[in-house]
Design a protein around this ligand. Structure first.
Ligand SMILES: Nc1ncnc2c1ncn2[C@@H]1O[C@H](COP(=O)(O)OP(=O)(O)OP(=O)(O)O)[C@@H](O)[C@H]1O
Length: 362
């Protein structure tokens, strides 16, 4: 199951030159600096830009080849851009019915379910101009779902939402990919969100794919590891001792960590959960320390170090079992601790930085 994209699109400052095969399942995130060609690439995939010579193949469907071109509506793509293009003269309900009535059968994403999940019930009778930017984005997202897409293409769809709502919708993306087997291509500047739920990462720079691969490993490879300084590890939920209702114990590489229990999460023992850990939230010592507020201390091995954005800092790559973690420390600390490849260290993870980032894995 794949999405093959080959194109050469001259843009103002460079040519968007892409030749890549992406998974046609799960969540594929496209990241890259502003102006690197992310939106243009989505437009080529959707067929909004009819580009001579491009090849777009989704699963067993040829959307574009030298002698073939399927327009957007035949591709059954749910397209959500940062600017929600709602019909201003229709109510929210009428906007939603527009997608719903044109949808193919069978409808796997139900009307009531999507409206409830997107929190739209109170605003069904209102017009777009009566809604905030974030509410309009939620309507546009729901309308795309109700059209029963076979592929969801998202370009910063939650940029106007507040942090709590964005967090909810990011985890909703994961549910949609998991429960409804709905593949997604998602452009976001929120690297933490992307690391948290994406299965596959593509990095664009000046119109070229400079890195792509499964998220967990792509984050540990150049150029993403230097640019993002962020790791994703998978831990397993552990049974909680009686009376400890506000904390959650996890096992990571056969070691125990504890974090504040997210209120929304009921995790069964052994459920694998993803933790997104910024390198800046990891510090290192040579020994376990007892007089620290940081209780999550994990024995690890130094496998590499490389420059960080600031010349006085470096990023240390650590191995915990078969998983990898990045730590951002100063070069002075690297010297003072006498670190080198193979050194045994203790990685300290701030629990408060972890508890907002807990997700069940796909
Ligand atoms: N129709 C067009 N013709 C020529 N150049 C274009 C056209 N549309 C966009 N560009 C240029 O192509 C480059 C990539 O734009 P694009 O919107 O794809 O980038 P992006 O990575 O999505 O940026 P952002 O993250 O800011 O949304 C920009 O330099 C832009 O000016």
């Amino acid at each position: 199951m794949s999405l093959t994209v080959k194109c050469q699109l001259p843009l103002r400052h460079f040519v968007l030159a892409v030749d890549v095969r992406l998974p046609a399942q799960g969540i594929t995130a496209i990241v890259g600096p502003s102006g690197s060609g992310k939106t243009s690439l989505l437009e080529v995939i959707a067929g909004i830009r009819q580009l001579p010579g491009a090849t777009i193949q989704f699963q067993d469907q040829c959307w574009q080849a030298p002698a073939t071109f399927s327009p957007l509506h035949q591709r059954r793509i749910g397209l959500v851009f940062q600017q929600p293009s709602l019909f201003p003269h229709l109510t929210v309900e009428e906007n939603l019915r527009y997608g719903w009535q044109r949808a193919s059968q069978p409808k796997t994403l139900g009307w009531d379910e999507v409206i409830a999940d997107c929190g739209l019930t109170p605003m069904l009778g209102q017009y777009p101009a009566q809604l905030s930017g974030g509410q309009q984005q939620r309507v546009a997202f729901a309308r795309a779902l109700l059209a029963q897409p076979q592929l969801l293409i998202l370009d910063e769809p939650f940029s106007a939402l507040d942090d709590d709502a964005r967090e909810y919708f990011v985890s909703y993306l994961q549910q949609l990919a998991q429960r409804h087997q709905l593949p997604m291509i998602w452009v976001s500047h929120q690297l933490g969100d992307v690391a948290q739920v994406s299965d596959y990462l593509v990095q664009l720079h000046d119109g070229h794919v400079v890195a792509h691969g499964p998220t967990v490993s792509a984050l540990q490879s150049e150029p993403l590891r230097s640019k993002l300084a962020l790791s994703v590890v998978v831990a397993e939920a552990q049974p909680e001792p009686a009376g400890q209702l506000d904390t959650l114990r996890l096992t990571l590489a056969e070691q125990s960590i504890t974090l504040p229990r997210p209120q929304s999460h009921e995790l069964e023992t052994s459920t694998p959960v993803r933790l997104r850990i910024f390198a800046r939230d990891v510090s290192l010592t040579r020994e376990f320390v007892s007089d620290s507020s940081i209780q999550n201390q994990l024995a690890a091995e130094v496998v590499d170090s490389f420059p960080a954005r600031h010349p006085a800092e470096c990023i240390v790559q650590l191995r915990l079992g078969d998983q990898y973690l990045l730590a951002l420390i100063t070069k002075a600390s690297w010297q003072r601790l006498g670190l080198q490849t193979g050194s045994r260290v203790i990685a300290h993870l701030k629990a408060a930085a972890l508890h907002e980032t807990l997700r069940e894995t796909l």
